[in-house]
Design a protein around this ligand. Structure first.
Ligand code: PMV
Length: 356
């Protein structure tokens, strides 16, 4: 059996959102964004790769299901994965085909960024397995091409993805603003209200909002302003100010979604109930002790600090529609795992009828 390499990456939650691309092929954003990389206990993607002359094409499985990446009819995202695979293999002079097996610990397409951790795990894994001498910054550019927000999962702690100016995208990469020890008390309490797949994919959404929303015109400069304020608040560890800008930014992005034609509405009645409850909590505390933020889904991410974890938990536990609560802290970014964690095993190969 061929050598197997395995890596793990985690999702990130955006404090300032990326919505709208100035280049859809390269995934170049209209604005910079900021995020927190999540810790790995509950939310992670593990990905294994092996290269073998016995394979007749590149093969990929996500959550046990074979993906159509090699055929010309493959979905756009799958084509990107194939492009990245081909690009990195070529760079390493690797002629053998790849078997890639990836597994998420959380529901795919539910508003918890599975594409971000998946793309980050794959890019990081390929760079290491193929022994490409690449800087994290360069790997983040590769991950960005598969799924924009993935470039931010290339680092632990608090991360910024700078918009960049160049048309080739080489200056649109992520970097760390602060490692997790700068503000270790930060937490993301994820309230799962709907584990189902989202109705409008983020790739469709980015394009449709840009094309049809009149409100979107103001979005890039508003987001840049939020990004500067949050970067500054992070440096000063000013939770009150950071929380205000996190909530404003989520609301601002979702406003442009609602203004899209036909409208995109990821937020549900339960999401709105959570929004009101966080405002009540903050009003009662006399300052912002928690901030809600929503990606392309109805699940709430509530950013808070250790000190107020119980207040947020108590608030959520009173809500019947909240099906599951997952607490995460800041993670360390992607890392290689040992053989014991490999997803490509003799048992897996037998089950799928593959030989490597
Ligand atoms: O990376 P994509 O194309 O799945 O877009 C993600 C967009 C949001 O999750 C809504 C915001 C963000 O910055 O993560």
């Amino acid at each position: 059996m061929a050598n197997v390499y395995t890596a793990l990456a985690t999702p990130n939650i955006a404090f300032v959102k990326y919505w709208g691309k100035r280049d859809g092929k390269l995934n170049l954003p209209n604005n910079s964004s900021i995020s927190m990389t999540l810790s790995e206990e509950k939310l992670n993607t593990t990905t294994s790769v092996a290269f073998s002359a016995k394979l007749t094409e590149d093969v990929m499985f996500i959550n046990g299901e074979r993906q159509d990446i090699a055929s010309p009819a493959a979905a756009e995202k799958s084509k990107f994965i194939q492009d990245i695979l081909s690009l990195m293999k070529e760079r390493a002079g690797m002629r053998e085909h790849a078997l890639v097996v990836s597994q998420n610990s959380f529901p795919t397409g539910s508003g918890i960024a599975s594409s971000a951790s998946g793309a980050a795990a794959l890019s990081f894994l390929l760079a290491n397995a193929l022994k490409l001498d690449m800087q994290q910054k360069e790997i983040s550019v590769i991950a960005r091409r598969i799924s924009g927000s993935a470039c931010r999962s290339m680092y632990g702690g608090l991360v910024k993805w700078q918009r960049g100016e160049l048309d080739d995208g080489s200056d649109s990469y992520a970097f760390q603003i602060a490692d997790k020890d700068h503000w270790p008390e930060l937490m993301d309490i994820v309230a799962i209200v709907d584990p189902g797949k989202k109705k409008v994919s983020s790739s469709e959404g980015h394009a449709l909002t840009m094309k049809t929303s009149e409100l979107y015109e103001a979005r890039p400069r508003t987001a840049e302003r939020h990004a500067s304020a949050i970067e500054d608040a992070i440096k000063r560890r000013d939770f009150n100010e950071m929380a205000y800008n996190i909530m404003k930014d989520s609301n601002n992005m979702h406003a442009t979604m609602l203004d899209t034609w036909p409208p995109i509405m990821y937020l549900t009645d339960v999401s709105r109930e959570i929004i009101y409850s966080v405002h009540e909590l903050n009003t009662a505390a006399g300052e912002n002790i928690a901030a809600y933020t929503f990606d392309a889904g109805s699940n709430a991410h509530i950013i808070t600090t250790e000190k107020h974890e119980k207040d947020v938990m108590d608030m959520l536990k009173g809500m019947e529609a909240v099906r599951n609560i997952i607490s995460a802290r800041q993670g360390d970014g992607p890392r290689m795992l040992g053989d014991g964690d490999a997803l490509i095993t003799p048992e897996f190969l037998r089950l799928k009828g593959l030989e490597i």
